[in-house]
Design a protein around this ligand. Structure first.
Ligand code: NAG
Ligand code: NAG
Length: 311
């Protein structure tokens, strides 16, 4: 439950008020610990993770005071009739998100719940522009500032902590989580692959609420799941052909990735949506992918950056 208020000093902040129920309090306490740790490691605010300003207990409700941010990327897409973001916009947002999450990974954390709802614009100032789509004029809301931040660290998990077997919101859940093979930082990479696809398509890549259908959709879009991964699970064979209604749903909603259009973006997405975690790209590697060359060139003209998430 999130609300904003006017606090002393006239600084507008966001206050996350947590229901006075034990399981929610536990998540909130965990979020506070994570935010204290990662904010403390980033004194100069170089990485796009939300800043916690304070926290307190109000009659048993834990309240977390956070910097006030703008709309989530999900709400923006929704208010914009699900018109996709341009590749340039995706590049700009992805670079910030990847640096932020790579920073978490370097510090032995996995976010586990990356999705458009948890990526917020820093400012929601919008202009409206008119553009012609299919010879009709439509109005598109256009953001003045594409800077984003990652929020919601309630389920972020340190390497040494217990790893819940089921993590992530359905559409962004990695195959190793669905197949119960264990997970680490790579599950964030998968989720971010789905998020970028959603930015590109304007709609979710895998629109489903069922694990088996979810795996079938992955196969439709990305090709067959390697048998050695399935062998370790209760999903012995994925024989989708004898499925009925679900098959139509998959056919209408999932098309194989078209690689030609935006070659570098899709090459990067292919490396992120890799079934086998041993072969999946890490975010540190992803930041050096040619897709981000324009961002690096821009930065290099200002300062020489060390390799890794520091770029
Ligand atoms: C995650 O697990 C896979 C498979 O065990 C391993 O190859 C990879 O290096 C791990 N990634 C991290 C960041 O620990
Ligand atoms: C014959 C057959 O496979 N029927 C299935 C059709 O789909 C529904 C819903 O997914 C299943 O419950 C049936 O068993």
């Amino acid at each position: 439950f999130l609300s904003s208020c006017l606090c002393s000093g006239n600084q507008r902040v966001a206050v996350k008020i947590v229901k006075n129920i034990e399981c929610f309090c536990e998540v909130a306490r965990s979020e506070i610990a994570v935010l204290e740790e990662i904010n403390g490691l980033d004194d100069n605010n170089r990485f796009a993770c939300v800043r916690m300003l304070d926290w307190f207990d109000h009659e048993g409700h834990i309240c977390i005071v956070l910097e006030l941010l703008g709309l989530s990327t999900f709400d923006f897409l929704r208010q914009n009739d699900f018109l996709p973001f341009s590749v340039e916009q995706i590049r700009h947002m992805a670079f910030q998100i990847f640096r932020a999450v790579c920073f978490l990974h370097r510090n032995k954390l996995t976010h586990t719940d990356l999705k458009p709802e948890n990526i917020l614009f820093v400012s929601s100032e919008v202009n409206t522009e008119a553009l012609v789509v299919n010879s009709k004029i439509c109005r598109r809301r256009k953001l003045g500032n594409l800077d984003v931040k990652v929020v919601d660290f309630g389920t972020a998990t340190f390497d040494h902590e217990h790893h819940e077997s089921l993590v992530s919101t359905r559409h962004y859940r990695a195959p190793e989580v669905i197949l119960d093979l264990g997970w680490n930082q790579s599950c964030d990479v998968w989720s971010l692959g789905c998020v970028l696809m959603e930015f590109y398509l304007g709609r979710t890549l895998f629109p489903t609420h069922d694990s088996k259908e979810h795996l079938a959709m992955m196969e439709k879009v990305l090709g067959p799941i390697p048998p050695h991964l399935l062998k370790q699970t209760r999903y012995e064979h994925l024989n989708w052909e004898d499925q009925n209604s679900s098959d139509d749903h998959i056919r209408t909603h999932c098309q194989p990735l078209k690689v030609d259009a935006e070659r570098q973006l899709f090459d990067l997405l292919g490396c992120m949506l890799e079934y086998d975690v041993c072969r999946r790209i890490t975010l540190e590697e992803a930041l050096w992918h040619p897709f981000f060359s324009p961002m690096r060139t821009m930065l290099k003209s200002i300062i020489i950056y060390p390799p890794g998430c520091g770029i």
